[in-house]
Design a binder for this molecule. Sequence first.
Ligand code: HEC
Ligand code: HEC
Length: 357
Amino acid sequence: MSQSKKWMWVSAVFCTTLAVSLSVPLSALSNNEDAALISKANTLFKPLPVTDALENNEFTPLRVALGKALFYETRVSSDGRLGCATCHNAAYHGADALALSVGIHGKVLPRNAPTVFNTSLLVAQHYGGNRASVEEQAFKSLLSPLAYGNTTNDQVETKLIKLGYTSLFKAAYPSDAKPVSVENWSKAIGAFERTLMTPAPFDRFLKGDANALSKTAKLGLEKFISTGCAGCHNGTVVGGQTYQKFGITQDYWLVTGSTPKDAFKGYDKGRFHDTKNEADAFMFKVPQLRNVAATAPYFHDGSVETLPQAVKVMAQLQLGKQLSDEDVSHIVSFLEALTGDIPSDFAQVPQLPAAPH
Ligand code: HEC
Ligand code: HEC
């Protein structure tokens, strides 16, 4: 477009805007600074997909519905009281709001429950990355003494049949010779989890709507990038892609106040406990920061209560920087723009099969 034509176009838009009293979206008039920030942000982050599709696990509505029922089902756990939704709850944005989760028989687990939203997009599951996918995570939780505490897969399958799940499994996996199986249990839960995406104001910003972020959130995004946070927290879920040492400038517990845990025979060394490789000591999966403003307390052991505190801790431990209170509040305001709506299908409690005959 030539300069003069462009000017005519701009003034036409301007006049029309005045004439129709701002009916043109303000975003159409975003200034250069906004455009530059949107384009910089797009080099580091990506909007969420609608669902996280997967080969070999086609998610039909019946499979997703079965997965949702199983996610809420408590009677499969060894004490009959624990379902996924106990610790990944709609009221707390897919987490449980506790520093440390409470498992079967009231046993306190050594780690904080992350949100279950968008989690299939992470490079692996758990802080140490010892579960390759959401399906494997669900599968292994059935026999884990820290989670469902069952002793054999057969025992689980018998429970599911007794509870009245056979017809739901058959409908969801009609061509399987043995529809009620722990494999299908985990595939169905995985399918459900892969639909739990939480698009947020930041996604609209990345797609070009400059007004989706407040002025302070934009300053926070600038600061998040210029301070170096985006070096580790980037991509679609603003983290979740790599393992990094927690406590680069000093031992993390000196700043977080974390305590040693029996399960780890000392301080939690992250990925080391899964690989037994010294090089992995204190390496943790970088958490996603989507919904972080709604999932306090923070870090793998919930040792830090508030988001401003967590941001300060990160700057100090990971980057050796002291942020001013103003910078912290801007960054927090950016992080708040990562809070998405709870998927409507998640919050509505499903009807579960009635107990056995
Ligand atoms: C007793 C509470 C509790 C229950 C019940 C529970 N979880 Fe979790 N969940 C946790 C904790 C704690 C972690 C973190 C474990 C770790 O990183 O070592 C976690 C981690 C996860 C993760 C990995 C998230 C990430 O960011 O890495 C997924 C996915 C998940 N749980 C799904 C489920 C599903 C599906 C179920 C039901 C089959 C379930 N959870 C049952 C507490 C629970
Ligand atoms: C060198 C990599 C790295 C950098 C740089 C980094 N982080 Fe982190 N971040 C991590 C890791 C690893 C964790 C997980 C630590 C843990 O809980 O064990 C984490 C955790 C967090 C958490 C807690 C998330 C939760 O759900 O508990 C927040 C918030 C956070 N980072 C924000 C930031 C901010 C803001 C910056 C910039 C000031 C930043 N991070 C810089 C690697 C990094």
